[in-house]
Design a protein. Structure first.
Length: 272
C-alpha cells in the first residue's frame, strides 16, 4: 500500500481543509506528520489539534515538507503566496484544491515548485463520502501520485483526469454539486408548503426523501439512475405527471446544464 507523505503541511483549514484533515487522521495519517497553518482556526480545528496532537500554527519556522496542500480561498492566493512560496521546494508536491487556479497560476506564485496537482474534492469529504478528481503536472512522480490517491481516497472516491480543463467541469459538477442537492431539498420543502403542509413537516419529508433516494442509489450502485427513476414511475400516475413537468423543454435538465455551465465559467474567471 502507498505510504503517507512523511511530512504534510496543510495551508487553510476552513470547512473543506478541516474536513480533509479530519479524514486523513481517521484514515491513519500520523498526527506527528501533519502541520496546519490557518490564521483563524475554528474552535473545531483547535479542538482537533488538542485531541490529536498535530501542529497548528507552530511558532518555529516550518521547513518545506514532502507535500504541501493548499485549501485557502482562491481569491486569497495572491495575498498568501509570499508566505506559502518558501514551503514549496523543488522536491515538494503541491496539491491545490483552489477552484479555478491553474497549474500555471500556481507555478507563477510558487517559483521553486515543480510537481503540482490540481484537485477538486467536495464537502461530503467531512463524513468520508467525498467525490474527488485531480490532474497532475508532468513532473509528478508515481510515488507522489500515490500520496494523492491515499489522501483523497481517504475521504471518499477519487479519480484522475487526463486534461487540466476537466477540473473546471469537475468543480461545476461534484465540487459544487452538494449545494445543488441542498437547493433541491429546499425547493421540494417550499413546494410542500405551497401545497398546504406545515414548514417543519415539509422539510422533514423533503430531507428524508432526498436522503433515502441517495442511499438507495448508493446501495444499488449497479442500477442506473434512469432505471431507478423508471422503477418508481407508474405510467399515467402521479410521479409521471410531475416528471412531465420536470423533463419538459426548459425543465430540470436544461436548468442543470445552464447552472453547471455558469459554475464552470466562474471557475475559468478565477484563473490568473
Amino acid at each position: 500500500m502507498t505510504q503517507w507523505p512523511a511530512r504534510l503541511v496543510l495551508v487553510g483549514a476552513g470547512k473543506m481543509g478541516g474536513a480533509m484533515a479530519s479524514g486523513w487522521l481517521e484514515a491513519g495519517l500520523a498526527p506527528s506528520s501533519l502541520t496546519i497553518l490557518e490564521p483563524a482556526p475554528s474552535p473545531e480545528i483547535a479542538a482537533l489539534a488538542g485531541e490529536r496532537g498535530f501542529a497548528l500554527n507552530p511558532r518555529a519556522a516550518v521547513a518545506p515538507p514532502d507535500m504541501l496542500a493548499l485549501a485557502i480561498k482562491p481569491q486569497s492566493l495572491d495575498q498568501a503566496a509570499p508566505q506559502i512560496a518558501p514551503l514549496a521546494a523543488p522536491r515538494t508536491l503541491v496539491l491545490s484544491i483552489l477552484a479555478g487556479k491553474t497549474i500555471a497560476d500556481l507555478a507563477a506564485r510558487l517559483p521553486h515548485a515543480r510537481a503540482l496537482v490540481r484537485a477538486m474534492p467536495n464537502l461530503p469529504a467531512a463524513i468520508g463520502r467525498g467525490v474527488s478528481a485531480a490532474f497532475a503536472s508532468a513532473e509528478v512522480t508515481a510515488e507522489q501520485r500515490g500520496w494523492c490517491e491515499r489522501l483523497l481516497g481517504a475521504v471518499g472516491t477519487f479519480d484522475w483526469v487526463d486534461r487540466e480543463s476537466a477540473i473546471d467541469v469537475v468543480t461545476a459538477i461534484s465540487g459544487s454539486g452538494p449545494a445543488y442537492v441542498f437547493a433541491l431539498t429546499e425547493a421540494l420543502a417550499a413546494a410542500a408548503e405551497r401545497l398546504g403542509l406545515e414548514p417543519e413537516l415539509a422539510m422533514r419529508l423533503a430531507r428524508g426523501t432526498v436522503e433515502g433516494a441517495a442511499e438507495l442509489m448508493r446501495r444499488d450502485s449497479a442500477t442506473s439512475a434512469a432505471t431507478l427513476r423508471r422503477n418508481v414511475t407508474s405510467p399515467g400516475g402521479t410521479t409521471a405527471a410531475a416528471l412531465d413537468v420536470l423533463q419538459a423543454k426548459g425543465g430540470l435538465e436544461d436548468l442543470m446544464i445552464r447552472a453547471t455551465a455558469a459554475a464552470r465559467a466562474r471557475a475559468a474567471e478565477l484563473a490568473g
